[in-house]
Each structure stands twice: as structure tokens, then as C-alpha cells.
Design a protein around this ligand. Structure first.
Ligand SMILES: *Cc1c(COP(=O)(O)O)cnc(C)c1O
Length: 343
């Protein structure tokens, strides 16, 4: 398949903005080309527009070529840029599974693109026929795995089946992949030119406040995204902090282990609480539970200064509450309070 046939035709002849840092990429010299303030303070120079040093580190960690990596101001910027590159406003459509992450819909709406929501099965598994059929007239299909808010991951073979049976771009949002027993789809990039994988520094890497998202795709898709991106979308402080974080991946892995152990402990404890009807299995850093009246439990928790996410009203999530795994101490407070709840 040719990616060019999916891209917005009016963008095919776009001449991207060429910044001073694009036109001269050397590091040594007297820099009088970008109208910067010459007095050194750590951020007086424009940052590397393509974040080469950071991408090289990510390339080693994720075992994917630097030319197949794009970095965004959060995954949310990646989602927006993908929709903008592929969809003609007022004409093209995208699809996503449902229930899922809310930003696909918001980003679609902002870009005047219609979103087809394709319902999962009752047990939150992919309904393959419905998915492949429902995505037929779409430019992009977003599949979040592990999925938010349901918590479950989809199997690699199911996702490959979708890829094999569709001509659209398939975006797998792996924000929670570090907590999952399923392997990342990054290893399938060489088999599918229409596959894009999103990951983020916001969850397992503990840098939600930084805003740094990763997009992995074919060299072709990534070079097109680079053409439409804001020139300096990743600031110098973000690049520095992420580089420092990547020197302590072991510490990140230790934290993931603690969160996974807590997930197992909390799941077990929640299952023994009579007021909870169901505890869904989780491949992520949160647990979805079903109760008799989620508004009542939610308000009770807020009164006790415990803030969870009420997902009642989302498809297939009647009376469901999503609880993020906190520290051991935080989880204990949460468990104690839910045990005292009378519905
Ligand atoms: C949290 C989350 C993200 C992260 O978005 P950022 O913009 O990188 O913080 C992406 N996708 C899903 C499904 C999420 O839940």
C-alpha cells in the first residue's frame, strides 16, 4: 500500500517551514543565524527541531530506527497531527473502538472529522467483524491497547488480523504497554507500512507533567508527519529531562514492578469486598470495578478525599469506576475506605 494515497491531497506539495536549525545542523561555530539572544542561560538557543540525540537513545531502548520515530508534545499532539495529515476536514472519517480514550473524539471534532465508534464485545474483547466492517470508510482506525478505561490488552494476532484486513492507517495507542503482559506492536512495524504505534512518557516513565509522546511508524509516515509538525514542538527542557530519565531505566522498571505487585494485591482485596460486583482484569496501571451505584461510591470517595474516575455513562461501563494504582500507602487508604462503604 502507498501511504501517499491516504494523505490529504492538498498537502502533497507542502513546502515545510525551514528553520535556521534545519538549514545548518553543525554544533560548532559562531551562531548568528536565528536571532537568538547570545547570552548563555541554558535555553537561549532554539532546541533541535528533530531531537536527534533523544531519538537515538529511544531508538536503542525500543529497537527501532531513529528515522521511524516522531516525538510530540504528549501523545495528544501525535493524535492531532495524524488526523490533520490524513483527513480532509468535513469529508474524511476516522474510527476507534468504544469505549476508549476520549481524545480521539475531541481531536476528530476539532479537525471537523467524523468519528465512527465501534463497540467492543461485552467482555471488552475486539469484535473483529464489526471492527473491520466499521472501519471500511475511515482514513484512520485508533485501537488503544491496553485499552483505557477497560484496562485489557488485545492480542497481537487479533491486531495483526485487523492490519491484514484493512487499507486504512491503523494506530495502536500503547500508553499503558509497560504494564502489560502483551508485547508491543513496534516489532511488527516492518511487516505493515500502515501501522503506527503511540507510546508516552506520561505513565510508566512518570513524566506526565513534561508532555512527551512517542510515535513509531514507517519511515514514510514519520517523514510526512515531520513536514507538518510545529518546528520546535519539543522544548529544550523537555529534551534534557527525557535524556536524563533514559539514563535511569532500571529505576523506572523497579517502579513498574511495584505498581504491578500492587495491582495484583488490590485486585485480590477488591474482589473480597461485598459492595463490589466485579473487578475487571487489568493489563494497565489502573483497575476498573463495577458496583451497584457508581455515582454513590464516587461521591462517597470524594467526601473521603479519594479521587477516582467515574466511568458511568461510557458504553459497556454502567456503574464502573476506574481506580489508578497509587503508592502502597495510598492504596491502603483507598481500600480501607471502600471496605467501610455501605451501598
Ligand atoms: C494517558 C494516555 C495517553 C497519554 O497522553 P499524553 O498526551 O502522552 O500524556 C495516551 N493515550 C491514552 C489512551 C492514555 O490513557
Amino acid at each position: 500500500m502507498k501511504i501517499e494515497t491516504l494523505i490529504r491531497p492538498d498537502l502533497l506539495d507542502l513546502k515545510p517551514y525551514s528553520s535556521a536549525r534545519d538549514e545548518y545542523t553543525g554544533k560548532e561555530g559562531v551562531f548568528l543565524d536565528a536571532n537568538e539572544n547570545p547570552f548563555e542561560n541554558g535555553v537561549n538557543r532554539y532546541p533541535d527541531p528533530l531531537q536527534k540525540e533523544l531519538k537515538e537513545k529511544i531508538s536503542v531502548l525500543k529497537k527501532v530506527n531513529s528515522s521511524q520515530i516522531f516525538l510530540g508534545n504528549g501523545s495528544d499532539e501525535c493524535i492531532d497531527l495524524l488526523i490533520r495529515l490524513f483527513c480532509i476536514p468535513g469529508k474524511d472519517k476516522i474510527a476507534s473502538i468504544s469505549p476508549s480514550y476520549g481524545m480521539y473524539k475531541v481531536s476528530a471534532k476539532i479537525n471537523q472529522v467524523e468519528l465512527t465508534e465501534i463497540l467492543l464485545n461485552e467482555d471488552f474483547s475486539l469484535n473483529m467483524d464489526r471492527l473491520i466492517d466499521g472501519a471500511k470508510n475511515s482514513k484512520i482506525i485508533f485501537i488503544c491497547s491496553p485499552n483505557n478505561p477497560t484496562g485489557n490488552a488485545f492480542s497481537k494476532s487479533d491486531i495483526c488480523t485487523v492490519l491484514e484486513n484493512t487499507d486504512t492507517l491503523v494506530v495502536i495507542d500503547e500508553a499503558y504497554i509497560d504494564f502489560s503482559s502483551e508485547e508491543s506492536m513496534i516489532s511488527e512495524l516492518s511487516n505493515f507500512p500502515n501501522l503506527v504505534v503511540l507510546q508516552t512518557f506520561s505513565k510508566a516513565y512518570g513524566l506526565a507533567g513534561l508532555r512527551l509522546g512517542m510515535m513509531f511508524g514507517s519511515e514514510e509516515v514519520i517523514s510526512w508527519i515531520n513536514k507538518i509538525k510545529p518546528p520546535y514542538n519539543i522544548n529544550q527542557l523537555t529534551q534534557n529531562t527525557a535524556l536524563a530519565k533514559l539514563t535511569e531505566v532500571e529505576k523506572v522498571n523497579d517502579q513498574i514492578k511495584i505498581i504491578l505487585a500492587e495491582r495484583q494485591r488490590i485486585s485480590g482485596e477488591l474482589q473480597n469486598i461485598p459492595s463490589i460486583d466485579y473487578v475487571y482484569p487489568s493489563d494497565s496501571n489502573f483497575i476498573l470495578i463495577k458496583v451497584k451505584d457508581s455515582n454513590k461510591l464516587y461521591n462517597y470517595l470524594v467526601l473521603n478525599k479519594i479521587i477516582a474516575r467515574n466511568r458511568h455513562g461510557q458504553p459497556l461501563c454502567d456503574n464502573c469506576i476506574r481506580i489508578t494504582i497509587g503508592t502502597v500507602e495510598e492504596n491502603d487508604v483507598m481500600l480501607d475506605k471502600i471496605k467501610e462503604f455501605n451501598d
